[in-house]
Each structure stands twice: as structure tokens, then as C-alpha cells.
Design a binder for this molecule. Structure first.
Ligand code: PLP
Length: 454
């Protein structure tokens, strides 16, 4: 049976309180899946053998059409928790006033841009508002190219930056398929992933990664590349949040700038208080990028992304290009963004990510000491990654086991899914309001699955 708490125990609002309207009687699973197949162009496999039919959310929980409660451990879009009443109220109020494209001087938009810029270093004072992380990464690349008058971009291998044409072009995987290789534009170059656990850097001293990347950049430049920018996440995200070696970004950014390019940080996934100790990932490295792309958490599920850069770079872009997004940074998106920043401060969610994240990581490491399938635990705060391996010496990825474990966790009331290039990683990115009790519930269920089998 299901082990999740009943809705009342998680403080789910009683029916008379604000919340989504009652849903109509749910169709049978088979009907729903058939309808889904006929209207949604979702080419990915379903994550689960039997995907749950989710109806509503509350804090770090999701509730299905039968009233079952699940703990959502993999949703870093819902940064402040699902169905936060303050967001519903702010968005509703703004919808009753105005929601249109950002052609006007509109106080809510300016206020949000100021508030977002205030979370970043002073020199990053110019904000472009868009709808998603892919758009933000795309625009970041475009800005670098326009500001330098160059086109070559260097990215870290095995990263994900989005699905739009340019952001996808700089997203490479371990095993690039022939189609990806054939369609990759010639302006994309890569350096090795800063992952010391597996891949090209296994067994290589961490202090060597940056000099190797720098040597590669210099070789590219010597070979004629006109480097416009270097883009990477400030924590290596694809394998579940691996910290870059100390000094990595300082060394690589210095080399990129010396070669005439700009430093671009993709903070779509890692930034925004999730690390607990640092609001933005690059802060841990003590650097200031030239261009920062943000999204996901900043809108708490509402479509909102941004690129923040220096005035000089934005001006150079304006002389050559044109920026207009019909719905990017709409008044509703902007008030949502401002409210998310307020909630993070008022509910001390960054501090919560630090405290609950440290507790969770400690418990996961203890779990690893008991279960050999746990290869390693990466990350910090509420940005953790757990790799399952069949053999700690060969690191053979436990891919089928990871899928089965996630299916079993779902039965036990925990939402988790396999990720990473080998689909053997649990990326642990719950809403930032995760309680210690919920963190313990997750580890207890994982322990149960690893102990009793999957
Ligand atoms: N950049 C990073 C690091 C991401 O993790 C993602 C999404 O997973 C994106 C960009 C793309 O964001 P979106 O899905 O909002 O387009």
C-alpha cells in the first residue's frame, strides 16, 4: 500500500480555502493515455510504467486524482513549493489589472528587473526577460556573439542548456548520436566535463581540469577559432550537481576573456538559493560572469526566464540586434517573479535548503555506506545527485535498476526519476521548502527499496 501522509497531515488546504476548483470525474487511465497520445507531441518514454494522474500540489507534495499524496523530490521548478497561496493571489490580482506584452513602462516589470538584478553582482545590472531556460541560454549566446562580433562558442561537454536551436547546439552528451554530430553547427566547440567521478577526468587530479580546458581554448584560438564566449553551468549538473574544482571558473574565465570572448553562466538549474550557502552557483567560485542565464526556480512553475548582463554588453547588442518577446516578462510573470523572491526571503528558504540539504546529504551518505549500489552522492544544499553503479570499481551504471527503483519509490509515495547520460542518477531537486520530516521520509523509502529489492 501507499505510505504517503494523508492530505490533512501535510496541511493541504481544506476545500473552502483558496485552491484549484474541484476537478471533474477523472477518466480511466486507458482513456487518458489514449487522449494524451493523440494530442501531446511527447516523444519521450513515460518516466514510469504507470504514471500517476496528478491533480494538485501542495508545498513539496503532489496529490493524485484518487487523493494519494506523493513527495515530489525532483521538481526544482516549484522552488517555493506547489500552489503557494501568495503566488496565486499576486498572479490573480495582476490578471485582473493587466497582462500584456512588455511594450510599456509598467511598474511591475521594472520592479521585478530591479529585484532580480539586486540578487546579482553590481556590474550585472541589465535584464532581458524571456519565458524559459532555453530562451535564456539562446539569448545569452546571441548576446555574446553580438557583443564580440564573433561566432565561436565553447561549451562543457555533457551539459544541457535547452531545446531551442542554439541552446540545443551547445548541449552535448557522452554518446552523441550520428544525427546530433551531423547537425551540430561548426561554431560549437567543447571542453571535457568537469566530472571527476566518471568519464575523461576519472583519476585525473581536479587541479588539472582548468589548465587542460585553458590549453584547449588556446589551441582552438591558435587554430583560427574566434571565441565569442564560454558557457557552462557553475556546478556540473547533468550527473546530479558536481561542484567544479576550486578556481576552475576563475582560470577558464580569465583565459576566455584574454582570448576576446565572454564568460556565460547557465544558472537555470543550480542557482536561486538551492545550494543553501550561495544564492548563485558562480558565487562559490568567487567569479563574476559577463552574462548570466536564469529560469526554472525564478518563476516557481510559471514560465519566466531572464538574461542578466552588463550595460555595455546590452548596449552593443542593441546597436546590432533587436530584442522583443511578446510574453517574456509579462506583468503577471513579473509579479510572480517578485513574489517568489519575497517568499524565499520571508520563509528563509535559502537557509532551509542549507539546513535540510545538509541533513539529507548526511543521511544519503550513510545509506551509501550500507548499500553497495550507491556509487556516490554529489552536490550541496537541495541540489544533490545520487549515482547507482553495479560495481564501485568499474562504475558500470545501474541503469535498469535505477528505473525499477524509481517505479518502486512511486508506489511508496515518492516522485523520483532516472536522469543523466546513463540514466543511473537520481537528481534530487525538491522544492526549497522541503521539511526534515519529508527528507527523512524520502531516505527511509529509498532504504526500504534498496533493502527489500526493486
Ligand atoms: N539550462 C539548464 C542548465 C537546464 O537544466 C535547463 C532545463 O532543464 C535549461 C537550460 C532549459 O530550460 P527550459 O526547460 O526552461 O527551456
Amino acid at each position: 500500500g501507499l505510505v504517503g501522509d494523508p492530505a490533512a497531515a501535510i496541511g493541504f488546504p481544506a476545500p473552502e480555502q483558496p485552491g484549484p476548483p474541484e476537478a471533474p470525474a477523472a477518466p480511466a487511465d486507458a482513456d487518458l493515455l489514449a487522449r494524451r497520445a493523440s494530442v501531446l507531441a511527447d516523444v519521450q518514454e513515460h518516466y514510469y510504467a504507470r504514471p500517476p494522474r496528478i491533480e494538485r500540489g501542495w508545498r513539496e507534495h503532489l496529490i493524485d486524482t484518487d487523493g494519494r499524496v506523493y513527495l515530489d523530490m525532483v521538481n526544482n521548478v516549484a522552488s517555493v513549493g506547489h500552489a503557494h497561496p501568495r503566488i496565486a493571489e499576486a498572479a490573480g490580482r495582476q490578471l485582473r489589472l493587466l497582462n500584456t506584452n512588455s511594450r510599456f513602462h509598467y511598474a511591475a516589470i521594472t520592479e521585478y528587473a530591479e529585484r532580480l538584478a539586486a540578487t546579482l553582482p553590481d556590474e550585472l545590472d541589465t535584464v532581458f526577460l524571456v519565458n524559459s531556460g532555453s530562451e535564456a541560454a539562446d539569448l545569452a549566446l546571441r548576446l555574446a556573439m553580438a557583443a564580440t562580433g564573433r561566432t565561436d562558442i565553447v561549451a562543457m561537454r555533457e551539459a544541457y542548456h535547452g531545446w531551442t536551436f542554439a541552446s540545443d547546439a551547445v548541449s552535448t552528451s557522452v554518446a552523441d548520436n550520428p544525427h546530433a554530430l551531423a547537425t551540430r553547427p561548426s561554431w560549437v566547440h567543447t571542453v571535457a566535463a568537469a566530472n571527476g567521478y566518471r568519464g575523461a577526468h576519472r583519476g585525473v587530479e581536479a587541479a588539472r581540469y582548468a589548465p587542460e580546458a585553458v590549453a584547449h581554448l588556446r589551441a582552438l584560438a591558435a587554430g583560427g577559432a574566434q571565441i565569442a564566449g564560454f558557457i557552462c553551468e557553475s556546478w556540473f549538473g547533468n550527473a546530479g550537481g558536481i561542484a567544479l574544482p576550486d578556481g576552475y571558473l576563475a582560470e577558464v574565465y580569465a583565459a576566455v576573456r584574454e582570448l576576446g570572448g565572454l564568460a556565460i553562466a547557465d544558472e537555470v538549474q543550480v542557482g536561486f538559493g538551492r545550494l543553501g550557502d550561495w544564492f548563485w552557483g558562480f558565487e562559490q567560485q568567487g567569479v563574476v560572469p559577463d552574462i548570466v542565464a536564469v529560469a526554472k526556480s525564478i518563476g516557481a512553475g510559471h514560465p519566466l526566464g531572464a538574461v542578466v548582463t552588463t550595460r555595455a554588453i546590452a548596449e552593443r547588442y542593441r546597436t546590432q540586434g533587436y530584442f522583443f518577446s511578446s510574453t517574456g516578462g509579462s506583468p503577471v510573470s513579473s509579479v510572480v517573479g517578485t513574489t517568489v523572491l519575497d517568499i524565499i526571503a520571508d520563509e528563509a528558504l535559502q537557509e532551509n535548503a542549507r539546513v535540510v540539504g545538509a541533513h539529507l546529504k548526511g543521511r544519503l551518505e550513510a545509506l551509501g555506506a550500507q548499500h553497495p549500489l550507491v556509487g556516490t552522492v554529489h552536490g550541496a544544499g537541495l541540489y544533490l545527485g545520487l549515482e547507482f553503479v553495479r560495481d564501485r570499481a568499474t562504475l558500470e551504471p545501474a541503469t535498469t535498476e535505477t528505473a525499477a527503483i524509481c517505479d518502486r519509490l512511486l508506489e511508496l509515495g515518492v516522485i523520483m526519476q532516472p536522469t543523466g547520460d546513463h540514466q543511473n542518477v537520481l537528481k534530487i531537486k525538491p522544492p526549497l521548502c522541503l521539511t526534515t520530516a519529508s527528507a527523512d521520509f524520502f531516505v527511509d523509502m529509498l532504504d526500504r527499496v534498496l533493502t527489500t529489492g526493486w
